[in-house]
Design a protein around this ligand. Structure first.
Ligand code: ADP
Ligand code: MG
Length: 271
């Protein structure tokens, strides 16, 4: 899916050339560009000038203590909430000023999995995954069926087509949620705590599945997680959110080298 010239474009940007707004370079290389993002609820400041970039094909893990605004950040990117100020650009397009119709259109390029898998309880696995296809594509019934089969196979759930969500284990629900998030072949994937509430072995399996899907679909992804091991497994880069800002970002090794007290404490916690 990625154009053949991608690495070249990335190289150009990394070497310090500036991309003008909405230029082809930025559109290709920077999938998500967040700057100066502010969001408060009443007197509670949650995001306080947050800056974050995710390149096409890159997986960024966002870590942070519970209540630091990780889920809020994802909701702002999907446009379910509006920031107080700041900029969010998706493939160069400023989304904070989009109206609902335009936002819905853009959202088709974004797959997301909420913290609580949020499958439709009254629909079968097959119907759950067909839902975005029915809503957003012109596919015929048989094309939809074929696509659902393909998606379920890619998450190892091809035999569970007719099951209801309540008949699935937590790990299986996440798999179905992932398949549904991928239904429209999104350029951007946002996962909120994809392994929360799962046992360590199942978490490891889901991490491996996410890795495999990243390679297959070649998306820009943000994975919010409290799971350090998971972040280390699936992410190209890690950002640690603290007090409304990215305190540090880099590879896991770079985080480990940090002398910052909060960073060291955070890494010590469960690694
Ligand atoms: N819709 C909302 N109204 C009021 N407060 C909210 C709302 N959404 C989130 N918050 C608050 O914002 C803070 C960050 O929440 P959240 O992003 O869910 O944290 P986390 O990092 O654990 O995902 C929390 O204190 C939460 O209570
Ligand atoms: Mg959360």
């Amino acid at each position: 899916m990625m154009p053949a010239d991608q690495p070249v474009l990335l190289g150009v940007l990394e070497s310090g050339a500036t991309a003008t707004e909405n230029s082809a370079e930025e559109t290709h290389a920077t999938a998500i560009a967040i700057s100066g993002l502010h969001k408060s609820f009443g007197s509670q400041v949650v995001l306080n000038g947050t800056n974050l970039n995710v390149a096409s094909g890159e997986t960024l893990a966002v870590l942070g203590r519970s209540g630091t605004g990780k889920s809020v950040l994802l909701k702002l990117i999907i446009g379910l909430q509006k920031p107080d100020s700041g900029s969010i650009r998706i493939h160069g397009q400023e989304i904070t000023r989009l109206d609902l119709d335009a936002m819905n259109e853009l959202r088709k390029q974004m797959g997301f999995l909420f913290q609580h898998a949020a499958l439709y309880d009254s629909l079968t696995v097959e119907q759950n995954i067909a839902f975005p296809l029915k809503r957003h594509t012109q596919m015929t019934e048989s094309q939809q069926r074929a696509r659902v089969q393909e998606l379920l196979a890619s998450v190892g759930m091809e035999r569970d087509l007719q099951k209801m969500p309540s008949d699935l284990s937590g790990g299986m629900q996440k798999r179905v949620g992932l398949a549904r998030a991928l239904a429209l072949e999104p350029a951007i994937l946002l996962l909120d705590e994809p392994t929360a509430g799962l046992d360590p072995i199942t978490s490891g399996e889901i991490d491996q599945l996410i890795l495999k899907l990243q390679k297959e679909y070649d998306m820009a992804s943000i994975v919010v997680t409290h799971d350090l091991l998971g972040a280390k497994t699936i992410a190209d880069r890690i950002a640690l959110l603290h007090d409304g800002n990215v305190l540090i970002e880099g590879s896991f090794a770079e985080l480990e080298e940090s002398r910052d007290e909060f960073v060291s404490e955070f890494l010590k916690r469960d690694s």
